[in-house]
Design a binder for this molecule. Structure first.
Ligand code: MG
Length: 451
């Protein structure tokens, strides 16, 4: 359901502010009311990123929640994982995060959590959509309305990260890393600089004002990290870190100022955690093959899931995995949270470097190198289904996985084709040891789909 300005999905509602068919105050109110009706009663934690539109969205959300009798604990501007942690620790009924994550500034969104601080499952999300569409809300009389209180939780999040055994605070305080940090003036700015200081780092801040002025593209992909690279070079930093606006993702720039690509964040952490604690790993189908190569060194199993954070979280919980996440810089470390957290990513990456006594570029060089290429093609879900025979013929000999679109796995390379849920296009992702091979896989898939 939706338009080009609005997306209503099982993970929440996302839209453009100021458009009649976007995220209007009325839709924010109705969606929060639907969520509250779904939850029935109890405490709900809310938190937001730094987008200025939060001052319109938050009151609407609070009205919907309290109007249905739920008590709101507003923890203010904070990263998405801080809200997840607050739900878990404050034993709340759920949570709503007001953030459009890496979407441009004109967007905002509500993302729903369950009582475990995890994103709603698709089945739970469907229930909320159903109530939203029918408009049957559980509004309560004047003497049953919910309450609102403010609470700061960022310091608890920092404390919990520092308490983790895997975070080598003492070692890091001795190592005194010099770290450039780019928070895109998003929610990470209220947490990550303080965490780094507590880890004994000298921080060079880049876009660390929590004012919602996205001074670069909000996704922490290499082409958006020029300011960070420059800061690393000018200040001779050991490493540069970059978040997206709600700081659940983390990307790395090496000591030479080179953006190494988001895939390395998870790869470093997987290598680090497995080297101390052998157990299962869970990552989505579009994440780098590096993770299997690393896990192979420790004889650990890698589970692959459908794309979507909740799928990785559920798999990690089910297999009692020790580490997991998404190749887009999303580290999920179960002892803290079953959700992506950029802050825990920072602490674990630094612990890894201190543990290995190496620089970022040396750590990169120690891992098998792959080239990943992402492409799109005008092919709807129906078209992909129709061309399935052609695809299988083009990639004969590959291991086939159809959990999410179709993925062909070869010995050293793979190609994954997924139809978009929102547009009549399909995404093709290929990874191989060389750019030439990866390009070839993309070309063959494109030809089989539209040729
Ligand atoms: Mg995000």
């Amino acid at each position: 359901m939706g338009s080009k300005n609005l997306m209503v999905s099982v993970s929440g509602i996302r839209g453009v502010i100021g458009m009649e068919d976007g995220l209007t105050p009325e839709r924010a109110l109705r969606y929060a009311s639907a969520y509250a009706t779904f939850c029935k009663k109890g405490k709900v934690i809310i938190g937001s990123d730094t987008r200025p539109s939060r001052s319109m969205v938050i009151p609407a959300v609070i009205s919907g929640l309290t109007g249905c009798g739920m008590d709101v604990v507003d923890i203010g501007i904070c990263p998405t994982p801080t809200v997840e942690l607050a739900v878990k620790e404050m034993k709340a009924r759920g949570g709503i995060i007001i953030t459009a994550s890496h979407n441009p500034i004109q967007w905002n969104a509500l993302k729903m959590l369950n009582s475990k601080g995890m994103f709603l499952s698709p089945a739970e999300g469907e229930k909320v959509i159903n109530i939203f569409e029918k408009g049957r809300f559980n509004y309560v009389p004047h003497n049953k309305l919910g309450s609102v209180e403010r609470h700061d939780f960022v310091h608890v999040h920092i404390k919990r990260v520092l308490e983790l055994d895997a975070v080598k605070s003492t070692l890091l305080k001795r190592r005194k890393f010099k770290v450039a940090l780019d928070c895109v003036n998003g929610a990470g700015a209220v947490l990550s600089p303080h965490l780094l200081e507590k880890l004994g780092c000298k921080v060079v801040p880049v876009n660390c004002e929590p004012d919602g002025d996205f001074a670069r593209g909000p996704e922490p992909v290499p082409q958006n990290l020029k300011m960070l690279s420059e800061a690393v070079r000018e200040n001779s930093c050991d490493i540069g870190f970059a978040h997206d606006p709600d700081a659940d993702r983390l990307a790395i720039v090496d000591e030479n100022g080179t953006a190494v690509g988001e895939e390395y964040t998870l790869a470093f952490v997987v290598d680090y955690i497995l080297s101390h604690n052998r157990g299962s790993v869970a990552v989505n189908l579009s994440t780098s093959r590096m993770n299997e190569d690393i896990a192979g060194r420790y004889k650990a199993k890698v589970h692959r899931t459908k794309v979507g954070e909740i799928n990785v979280s559920l798999k990690l919980r089910a297999c009692r995995g020790v580490i997991g996440g998404e190749g887009n810089g999303g580290v999920i470390y179960p002892p803290l949270l079953y959700g992506r957290d950029g802050a825990v990513g920072i602490a674990l990456v630094l612990s890894y470097l201190a543990d290995k006594k190496c620089t970022v570029s040396e750590a990169v060089a120690m891992l098998p190198a792959y080239v990943m290429i992402k492409s799109k093609v005008d092919a709807s879900r129906a078209q992909v289904r129709k061309k399935m025979g052609g695809l299988k013929k083009a990639f004969s000999g590959a291991e086939i996985n159809t959990d999410d679109g179709i993925k062909f796995d070869f010995e050293r390379s793979w190609v994954h084709i997924r139809a978009s849920n929102t547009e009549p296009i399909s995404r093709i992702i290929a990874e191989a040891p060389t750019r030439k091979e990866a390009r070839e896989l993309i070309k063959e898939a494109t030809e089989a789909l539209v040729g």
